[in-house]
Design a protein around this ligand. Structure first.
Ligand SMILES: [Cu+2]
Length: 441
């Protein structure tokens, strides 16, 4: 995927700048400029044409390929939310969108349970869209080189979920798998702007939770995964997914069958797909700025360490994007362990592009977690603690042609019960500095 990103960037770098927009639509290059009342212009709004000559795009027929408001998997974002990327026309109306990032980070998580590390997050996405009369086919691939960061990922206080060396990961965030998504989607028009769709693949995302954090504008410069990842969006890499739904501009209903077990610690391979879990999701976009989501799923034996425990997960979320640099999300989740009890979590997240250069962002999370002491001999084993994480960050952005470089850092503090002082210290902190190079926004 780094390769993909570089290849995309290199391909663009080889083109003379004025040809860029034309390259995005070779068949329309010679088309006469359309008048400003072109009905297709609305669909351009959602696309990030950074560095491109918008005038050259006006004549394009963008019907069937409005990417605004699309999140990860089949999830949706506020219609105002742009999907960053570079479009390449492949003839006819077939388009290839490339986007991705390489994100070197240094983190220092303090206190007895902290650690520091230099690591890199990465992702490369390629999306092929081929409209036809009466519908559209979309193929998605998303890859990451994060498996190179070793099984135990990166230090992140109070994060839990998945395993390394056969042990549950605690105070660390797992790396993502090489194949984050390999999926296809078929949309068939059933009414004006309304489609019935079928989506799925060996690696895909079921209809559960809000769009995964790496696809939300509200988290685009936040280098830390949410410590509530396993309450909201941890199913975003599932081995085996089939989803059917109906999608309209303002609403979407869908249901999925998928494999409940989380990815194992060997992250270069594709694990055996199964369909042993299910979920349903309803999505509503009352206006271009808002996206509301509610979902519920039954996850069969998600954790390898607890093969006899299932999980019922219910999430609701509200996302906001004003279309001019301010995006936010508020979300609430209840994890009902079967057998077991409920564990709830909530999250608030914001990203504010103050100017073209300066961005402020932050996240607040609160989670009830009983996995902080995995050793059965520990007196605090299986005891639940409610922890709040408060995090703020800043990014300085440098546009580099079709790419963007963001330099920044974050600081995080925690509110926790005194009973955790012995293990974590009185006031542990989490710091990061980073440089995010992205194709697209
Ligand atoms: Cu993840």
């Amino acid at each position: 995927m780094t390769k993909l990103l570089l290849a995309g960037a290199a391909a663009l770098a080889l083109l003379p700048a004025p040809a860029l927009a034309q390259d995005a639509a070779p068949d329309q290059a010679a088309a006469p400029p359309a008048d400003d009342s072109s009905p297709d212009q609305g669909s351009m709004k959602g696309m990030n044409m950074s560095g491109m000559d918008m005038k050259g795009m006006k004549g394009m027929d963008m019907s069937g390929m409005d990417m605004s408001g699309q999140g990860s998997g089949t999830s949706r974002l506020p219609p105002n939310e742009k999907m960053g990327g570079t479009m390449l026309g492949l003839g006819g109306q077939t388009m290839l969108m490339l986007s991705g990032y390489v994100w070197p980070i240094y983190t220092d998580q303090t206190g007895p349970r902290g650690d520091d590390k230099v690591y890199a997050q990465s992702m490369g996405m390629a999306m092929l869209t081929a409209p036809f009369t009466g519908g559209k086919v979309t193929l998605n691939s998303m890859m990451s080189l994060e498996p190179a960061m070793k099984h135990d990922g990166y230090p992140l206080l109070y994060a839990t979920g998945e395993e390394a060396k056969g042990q549950p990961l605690v105070d660390r965030q797992h790396p993502h798998d090489l194949f984050m998504e390999l999926s296809g989607r078929l949309d068939l028009d059933i009414a004006n702007k309304t489609t019935a769709f079928l989506y799925g693949g060996p690696v895909a995302e079921p209809a559960l939770g809000p769009s995964a954090f790496m696809h939300r504008a509200s988290a685009k410069y936040n280098p830390e995964a949410p410590i509530t990842h396993h309450w909201f969006d941890s199913t975003h890499i599932s081995y085996g997914v089939v989803t059917a739904g109906v999608s309209a501009p303002k609403w979407q209903f869908e249901a999925s069958a998928f494999r409940g077990q989380e990815p194992d610690e060997f992250r270069w391979n594709i694990e055996t797909p199964r369909l042993d879990s299910w979920s349903v999701r309803a999505t509503f976009a009352p206006s271009p700025a808002w996206l509301l989501q509610a979902s519920h799923g039954h996850i069969h034996a998600p954790e390898a360490a607890h093969p006899t425990e299932d999980e019922n997960r219910t999430t609701i979320s509200a996302q906001y994007n004003n279309g001019s640099g301010l995006s936010a999300m508020a979300a609430f989740s209840v994890k009902d362990r079967v057998p077991g009890r409920n564990f709830s979590a909530w999250l608030g997240e914001v990203n504010w592009d103050l100017t073209r250069r300066h961005t402020l962002f932050g996240r607040i999370e609160n989670v009830d977690n009983d996995e902080l002491f995995p050793n059965p001999a520990d007196p605090l084993h299986d005891v639940a603690f409610r922890v709040t994480k408060l995090q703020a960050g800043y990014a300085y952005r440098l546009p580099l042609g079709p790419a963007n470089l963001a330099l920044g850092g974050t600081a995080a503090a925690f509110l926790k019960p005194d009973a955790l002082d012995a293990a974590y210290g009185k006031s542990p902190m989490g710091y990061t500095v980073f440089a995010k190079l992205s194709l697209g926004d």
